[in-house]
Design a binder for this molecule. Structure first.
Ligand SMILES: Nc1ncnc2c1ncn2[C@@H]1O[C@H](COP(=O)(O)OP(=O)(O)O)[C@@H](O)[C@H]1O
Ligand SMILES: [Mg+2]
Length: 360
């Protein structure tokens, strides 16, 4: 699959802009704060309906304007697809081939993408929340049921947490078991799908990691505290065992909202002991692995977006990485084009203050 054309209207610092992308490598080059990440963000929106940054939808509307629009024409297994998103102050509308979607979730799975930017280092360095987000975004694109189960789980969890904070303890103790079963049903589905995702992902991540680093090992596993795979009943028991603690804290301490991915490089926990370069490489290998898992799920490659991803890699790693970017569409943003990319068969877009210069 690839995006042929992307049109931005009053999106961030773009008034009107058109990108005619090629299948293969596209390079968006420009100084800082010119709009490179903004356009990468637009591509991701087109694929998922969401921003890869944790920003609010209305923040994408160009300063002083009332609404923004992005539109894309893509070539996919469904033939040619036209996707557009209109951002208003209070809502956004998503259209596929001119038909407005009832739910944003329906967009997932049409055009798929994998997004990487330096913030993605959080994936390795920071909280488990970022690693859960990685699994959730990827799984939601591949499996709509996962997306809806996750939404349902979050809703029930919020209600259970509200109940835990209620002062009427007798009612709380009586009502909790009812919530627990429902929560556990969604929880087990989420955990099992994440486990499956991680085991599908691992061999690809290992392969990419070894190729980029010239031989370093990497291992992945899903960590679910207080759960060993025993299904709904085990989780319900775990809730019951922790209910006193949960009542004091006012929130639920067991379940997939506590999951993490353990990542070991050459046997060491890279989350804790990895150098900056090792962490960056591990994050890139995770993302490239995700590209392959998606390819298997859809029988076509997603679009890979590498926003500012090469700048801190040493020359050897950078060269080996670029050598791996074939067979799918990649959109790369950079402040300067390194020599090893100049020789790749890439289409180059120069970005300056929300305007694009391209040879075609
Ligand atoms: N809603 C908006 N309206 C106009 N400009 C915006 C909006 N949101 C962000 N910007 C501008 O976009 C610029 C940053 O663009 P970005 O794509 O992140 O830069 P870079 O090229 O470094 O990746 C900043 O100058 C910021 O002020
Ligand atoms: Mg940027």
């Amino acid at each position: 699959m690839h995006i042929k054309k992307l049109t931005l209207s009053n999106f961030r610092n773009y008034e009107n802009a058109v990108f005619n992308f090629q299948d293969g490598i596209n390079i968006l080059v420009g100084d800082n704060a010119q709009g490179k990440t903004n356009s990468a963000e637009a591509v991701f929106y087109l694929c998922t309906g969401y921003s890869p940054r944790a920003s609010k939808d209305k923040q994408v509307i160009r300063y002083g304007e009332k609404q923004a629009k992005i539109a894309g024409i893509c070539s996919s297994r469904f033939g040619e697809l036209e996707v557009s998103i209109e951002f208003k102050q209070t809502k956004k509308d998503v259209f596929v081939n001119g038909v407005k979607l009832n739910k944003i979730g329906e967009l997932m799975g049409n055009i798929n993408s994998v997004f990487f930017n330096p913030g993605e280092l959080k994936l390795i360095q920071q909280s488990p929340e970022d690693r859960r987000r990685f699994m959730d975004i990827s799984l939601s694109q591949m499996d709509k049921k996962y997306f809806y189960t996750l939404q349902k789980y979050r809703k029930i969890l919020e209600q259970r947490n509200d109940l835990l904070k209620s002062p009427d303890l007798d009612t709380v103790r009586e009502t909790l078991p009812l919530w627990d079963r429902e929560l556990a049903n969604s929880a087990v589905e989420i955990i099992e799908k994440r486990k499956n995702f991680i085991s599908n992902l691992e061999p690809y991540v290992l392969d990419y990691h070894q190729k980029i680093t010239d031989g370093d090992d990497i291992e992945l596993s899903l960590e679910t505290p207080h759960y060993t795979g025993g299904g709904v009943e085990e989780l319900i028991t775990a809730y019951a065992e922790r209910v006193e603690k949960d009542l004091i804290l006012g929130y639920t301490t067991v379940g997939p909202h506590r999951d993490d991915i353990k990542i070991k490089v050459n046997g060491e926990d890279v989350r804790v002991y990895g150098s900056q370069g090792q962490q960056r490489t591990a994050a890139l290998a995770l993302k490239l692995g995700e590209v392959c898992v998606m390819k298997n799920a859809f029988s076509e490659y997603p679009v890979l977006i590498l926003d500012d991803a090469l700048s801190e890699l040493d020359l050897g790693r950078r060269k080996r990485l670029i050598g791996l970017l074939s067979g799918f569409q990649t959109i790369i943003t950079l402040t300067e084009i390194p020599e090893e990319l100049a020789s790749a068969d890439a289409k180059i877009f120069k970005i300056e203050k929300g305007k694009i210069w391209c040879a075609d």
